[in-house]
Design a protein around this ligand. Sequence first.
Ligand SMILES: [Ca+2]
Ligand SMILES: [Ca+2]
Ligand SMILES: [Ca+2]
Length: 498
Amino acid sequence: MRITQAILLVASLIAILLIVVVASADSPAEPLFSKQSVYLTAVNAQAAWNIEQGSPDIVVAVVDTGVDIRHPDLRANIWTNPAEIPNNGIDDDGNGCVDDVNGCSFVSDSSPGCDNVTNGFVNDDIGHGTFVSGVIAAAANGTGMVGVARNVRIMPIKVLDCYGSGDSIATARGILYAVHNGARVINLSLGGLRDAQEVRDAVSEATRSGVIVVAAAGNAGTSGVAFPARISEVLAVGAASQNAPDKRSAFSSYGPEVDVVAVGEDVVGTLPASRCFVLLPCLPGGPYAVGSGTSFSTPQVSGLAALMLSLKPDLSPQQITDIIKGTATPVPAGSTPGWAGAGRINMLEALKAVQNGGAAGEACTVETVVDGESFTCVGGRHIRMLQMHAPGIGQCGGDWAKSALQYIFLTPGRQVFLQFDATRVDASGRTLAAPIWRGDDGADYNLSIVMVYVGLARAADVGAGNGLFHDWALASEHWASTAQWNMWALGKAFRGGC
Ligand SMILES: [Ca+2]
Ligand SMILES: [Ca+2]
Ligand SMILES: [Ca+2]
């Protein structure tokens, strides 16, 4: 069954001249960096590069139209399969793909006018996969552009033909090839409307195998996230505007499945020199182009995942997702609430979260509770809660939910004491001042403690209706099991508001 998977790109025929922002952090000497710096600044990339620029051990599979593996900004960073002998017509390593020295193609049911291209022929007919690859891993070599994760490896996997169309079988096979041949990140800048079980199965296998799948939300500009981005295990990426990175790009599809966004307008990428003007016009002086679409915000997130794995290779897909979402910069809802998911990625904060404790979002189970106000924590390294401003009397709702996420880092067994300033109480007995978490490092953490306090309050107090926020329904499910309390889930639960 043929299911068209359109590439998610918005042709941008007019290059916008950008005002160069001189970054104080890492600024590569690439001629095109001035075009890149605006959207990369919006995701804090340059500062992140002071922490990590990518490891050659981390492989990102670009499941797309193929890749120009000889591109001057990519050739040093193309994955190679050492167990395969090139051009002998034999599948030397027995992985199901003949002569796959630099990736594999699965295009066996192409559109009329396109060639079927299978096995080790990963040539890019139109340039889309090459563009995406440059966003991820173009080299810092003094020419052209630089990728988000300049030192990681790209595994070219061709599933889309010369019109950028493909089918779900090829897509699923491409995903599985990536999983079985060492990729840690899979970039899917493609999608369609229809669901496909074989793709769902392949994504599940990827996730089970520790491979994170990142996909474009779609360019319909309407409610309804594309498939496979809308699969729950997939990190779905929308697009923010270049000139106003707090706003949705008009083309960016939205819906509850969107996890995060990056700027998706006028992104710089690599093109095969022989394919200038097929999909996008090349920039003067080289095989590069400027393009827009969730196709091009997505590889920035894949690159971030690759940087995180370079820093800490044992991160799981769930941990990567939690950190990327947990450190994202919230953006205004505008007229399409939820369009950006957790917000716009913040590469620096994500890498710092990896450095500071690794497994963000890992559940921390409360082991013992002492008089309802302190506990020890086992099984996780830190707790994610919402950082909120102290609310005013009667204030509840929007401002709270929009506040930034904050991580509290714990070591197993470490005690955190809850302190509570009960001086401000509203008419119904609610204490409104922001209480304090005092860690055993002596630091005070100002947190919205409403949820925590409810959870750690003795059930009898809460049930007795003594004013301890017992009408906050989101917390109620946790009351009965204080001693086995998943704090991380609690933090998430509260995100919805009061
Ligand atoms: Ca092979
Ligand atoms: Ca061979
Ligand atoms: Ca370069």
